[in-house]
Write a protein that binds this ligand. Structure first.
Ligand code: FUL
Length: 508
């Protein structure tokens, strides 16, 4: 699928009104840092290690599992991309039940869902005042229905976050390709941000094709971001937005080395001067598909650094929309589990698409797979085999925090130590094949290299090794039986921190 990831330039935009003059460094704990020409490599690394998520980014990261509902006119035409010329009369779900969608997601551990309120065809799932291409001209509920409202209400009922996907590309609007389209887009966005209660995420795709008049649109992202910040300040703006970055693939597999702090070109100095992390906003710049985005090598010539975490989007089926021919191609529980290890377990948030069918229900095959996946996760992570272990650290503070199941408490090193050894006496022999580590990202992302070893035959043997940790790192390895393990942190940008450590045995 086309995702226009290389946009013209970054114009960092101050959303709160700025009247002040020259650039300053942000507060010590901010979600961006300005690099000065006089900064040495060491200064840059220290700055990177101190960039932290904004409150809205931290909340989003802790969701871990989020869901996508691709539903619209494509569901009824059996296509992935529409044309904008569809007859709204084709939209006619016979048993639409948004509560079933949200409950299915919630039962699978999903904490927030995003609905395609409008896809590239321009067909709106709510009765927008600004177009005729919507549910209001469909036979569904005699044109009186509103899918956005039904999903938003169900989310509130089940305590699940609610987000909207609003496609900038609109193949139906006659305004597309003219400046007036940006006004039209803001009006539609405003409807969605004011009529349905709290919105937790707004998802903009980068696809920028031609509209009915053969022209492409120049999207006024800055204006859209501003409107979102005004009306829904807690909402994260994803993908073509400043809060959440596309991981760079739609396979569900993130990077082994995933830095949430990445270089950002021209952080506008005037904007930064008066900006806070609540105010700063930018469009993504450059190639988001590179192998490692935030390594020392990648940040050493940066002009700015931002906290810009990865969202890993993938569909439970081959397509994003429902197609009857794919009922037997739904990803298996085992495949979904592998995706979980490689998305959430690689410092990302998983955005799993579960597309409702032509009845307006999540299909039985998808529910079955989701249930199997949930069971595997629950069984694996029910018992932390490190619980009750006696931990010793050569030079550390607060080792107890590692096993207290509280994210906000954490272990760290004393002084300037950027390496560490944590030894765990498991109080008896245990068999495990999964390591869980969580850095306290409230202090920044720092760990660069670690190794897990176990004591056997009178020596330490390697079980697993990795690079970045971030909010959550899961490593699978061949089963190990041992009574003693140690975690060695071999390299970190500043004092390493760990909130949690876990050892698990994968469910069969
Ligand atoms: C893409 C779109 O073109 C697809 O149809 C889908 O919505 C996906 C999540 O993003 O770029």
């Amino acid at each position: 699928m086309i995702r226009n990831i290389i946009t013209a330039s970054i114009a960092a935009l101050l959303l709160a009104a700025s009247t002040t003059g020259c650039a300053q460094q942000p507060a010590a704990h901010s979600n961006y840092a300005v690099i000065q020409p006089s900064d040495t490599d060491t200064d840059i690394i220290r700055k990177a290690a101190n960039v932290v998520p904004s409150p809205r980014q931290l909340r989003w990261q802790q969701l871990e599992l989020t869901g996508f509902f691709h539903f619209g006119i494509n569901t009824f035409t059996n296509r992935e991309w529409g044309t904008g010329k569809e007859d709204p009369q084709m939209f006619n779900p016979t048993q639409l039940d948004a509560r079933q969608w949200v409950k299915t997601a919630k039962d699978a551990g999903i904490k927030q869902v995003i609905l395609t309120a409008k896809h590239h065809d321009g067909f709106c799932l709510w009765p927008s005042k600004y177009t005729e291409h919507s549910v209001k001209n469909s036979p569904w509920k005699n044109g009186k229905g509103d899918v956005v409202k039904e999903v938003a209400d169900a989310c509130r009922e089940y305590g699940v976050g609610f987000g909207i996907y609003l496609s900038p590309w609109d193949m139906n609007s006659p305004l597309y390709g003219t400046e007036a389209y940006n006004d039209f887009f803001v009006k539609q966005l405003t409807e969605l941000l004011t009529q349905y209660g709290r919105v937790d995420e707004v998802w903009f795709d980068g696809a920028n094709g031609e509209g009915p008049n053969g022209k492409k649109q120049e999207y006024d992202f800055d204006r859209w971001y501003k409107r979102i910040r005004e009306l829904q300040p807690a909402a994260t703006i994803a993908v073509m937005g400043p809060d959440v970055r596309w991981v760079g693939t739609e396979t569900g597999y993130g990077r082994e080395t995933e830095w949430s702090v990445v270089p950002m070109g021209n952080l506008d100095q005037a904007a930064v001067a008066a900006g806070s992390q609540q105010g700063i906003a930018f469009k993504p710049q450059g190639d988001m598909r590179g192998e490692v985005l935030g390594s020392r090598e990648k940040i050493k010539d940066a002009k700015g650094l931002v906290w810009y975490p990865a969202e890993t989007d993938v569909s439970i089926r081959p397509g994003w929309f429902y197609h009857p021919s794919e009922n037997d191609k739904v990803k298996s529980p085992e495949k979904l589990l592998d995706i979980y290890y490689n998305s959430v377990g690689r410092n990302g948030v998983l955005l799993l698409n579960i597309p409702p069918d032509t009845r307006g229900l999540i299909h039985e095959s998808d529910i079955k797979s989701l249930q199997g996946w949930t069971r595997l996760r629950e069984e694996t992570f029910r018992t932390n085999l490190a619980a009750g272990a006696e931990i010793t650290a050569a030079n550390g503070k607060n080792v107890k925090a590692l096993l207290d199941s509280k994210y906000n408490t954490y272990w760290t090193t004393k002084g300037n130590d950027t390496t560490a050894v944590l030894e765990l006496d498991l109080q008896g022999s245990k068999t495990f094949d999964v390591l869980l580590l969580q850095e306290n990202i409230g202090a920044g992302q720092r760990i660069e290299q670690f190794v897990l070893e176990y004591w056997q035959d009178g020596q330490w043997q390697k079980a697993a090794e990795g690079t970045t940790v971030g909010y959550k790192r899961l490593l699978q390895f061949a089963p190990v039986t041992a009574g003693k393990v140690r975690l060695r942190i071999l390299s970190s940008r500043l004092n390493p921190t760990l909130s949690e450590l876990g050892l698990y045995k994968m469910a069969g």
